[in-house]
Design a protein around this ligand. Structure first.
Ligand SMILES: [Zn+2]
Length: 380
């Protein structure tokens, strides 16, 4: 009798986190039964770690992920800190941000399921990533961004040749327009909130890479610039796959848009939408207007790991951004430096041990937002 291997598509079922229904792999963005957030279920690979090729097809990949993690001087955190401080440099991804990881996986799945093109609503980085990957794969892309999107990101989207819509209002408005355009066009929606579970699924590689780079030792803290929080989810999942222990996860936000950090500070389990976002950290300026449950999912992982939700003022973010460049040779946009700014805040608050091991994810390249650098040069 011949034993047929189940196809990879059959294995990558969608599991509803609310009603626990299971659906075979398909283009779905919320549970068709209850509207809950979907998560990809897949068994651990036998006898080996995850590989990019488990998530991203050969046609689509541009060599995303596997980013450098390196130790930097501990006084970059604080002069009294004597532990280990690492940065994981996600600016090295093909279009300059960690969003390449999600988009590569989401586009791979979309094409495998027969989608003729992709739509992505974005604050800029995911749009640049989607335009980049669509160009290489030879499929059309429609990108939707708020009017406030930094020009560097807009220039990238145009360079890759995507159809581009700039929409008045904050990111949540773009998010809704993205849903409408995906429905009209029949294209797959690869928006990188929790909406595309296949994109989020690939972020488990981030946690795995950190664990492997530390030779299996679990750091005390991993700090993550956070909008809705799929990257927090990815770090949590990557550690959960291979380790009984998960580091304390820090959801780092700007005071100008801090729905998750505010709920954390107030001891709440449910995140509420943020009324009027205003921050230089454009990549995490997401008010979660129609999907606060995504913030609540991220918050639950922060709570589960004994982590923290932290909001820092833009001045601290710019200062951290400046110091990463001047003292660690790492050119970041404001969003990317929010992780270091948040850990500085936690150290000041006495919540970090002087000998702890800390990993800060730096998520986006400084060339994406020269205007923020001009502001920083005037302030720092
Ligand atoms: Zn459901």
């Amino acid at each position: 009798m011949r034993h047929e291997q189940p196809s990879e598509g059959a294995l990558a079922a969608l599991f509803c986190l609310r009603c626990h229904a299971r659906n075979a792999a398909r283009l779905a963005y919320r549970c068709p039964d209850c509207g809950g957030i979907l998560r990809v279920e897949r068994p651990l690979p036998a006898g080996r770690r995850w590989r990019t090729s488990d998530f991203v097809s050969e046609r689509v990949t541009l060599g995303e992920g596997g980013t450098l993690m390196r130790k930097v001087r501990p006084d970059l955190l604080h002069e009294r800190f004597h532990g280990q401080l690492y940065v994981k440099d996600e600016t090295r991804n093909p279009s300059g941000s960690f969003k390449d990881r999600l988009v590569a996986a989401a586009v791979s799945r979309a094409l495998a399921l027969g989608a003729p093109g992709i739509v992505c609503a974005s604050s800029g980085n995911a749009g640049a990533a989607a335009a980049c990957y669509a160009a290489n794969a030879g499929v059309p892309a429609i990108i939707v961004c708020p009017e406030s999107t930094p020009e560097g990101k807009v220039a990238q989207i145009a360079a890759y040749g995507a159809t581009f819509h700039r929409v008045p209002g904050d990111y949540s408005r773009s998010f809704q327009v993205g849903i409408e355009l995906a429905a009209e066009s029949g294209f797959a929606n690869v928006t990188t909130t929790y909406q595309n579970a296949y994109g989020v699924d690939a972020l488990r590689l981030v946690g795995q890479e950190i664990l492997d780079d530390l030779s299996g030792n679990v750091p005390d803290w991993v700090a993550v610039p956070t909008s809705s929080g799929p990257l927090v989810h990815g770090v949590w999942q990557g550690f959960s796959d291979w380790s009984v222990q998960v580091p304390r996860l820090v959801a780092a936000q700007s005071e100008g848009c801090a729905p998750i950090a505010t709920a954390f500070r107030e001891g709440l389990q449910d995140v509420s939408p943020w009324p009027a976002p205003h921050t230089l950290a454009s990549g995490i300026s997401d008010p979660l207007a129609s999907y606060p449950d995504e913030g609540s999912l991220t918050l639950s992982l922060v709570h589960a790991t004994g982590g923290q939700g932290v909001a820092v003022p833009d001045a601290m973010i710019l200062s951290a951004m400046h110091d990463l460049a001047r003292r660690a040779g790492l050119f970041s946009e404001p969003t990317g430096a929010t992780s270091l700014a948040a850990m500085r805040q936690l150290f000041d608050d006495g919540l970090i041990g002087e000998d702890d091991t800390i990993v800060c994810l730096v998520t986006g390249n400084g060339a994406k937002d020269y205007a923020a650098w001009r502001t920083a040069d005037g302030q720092v």
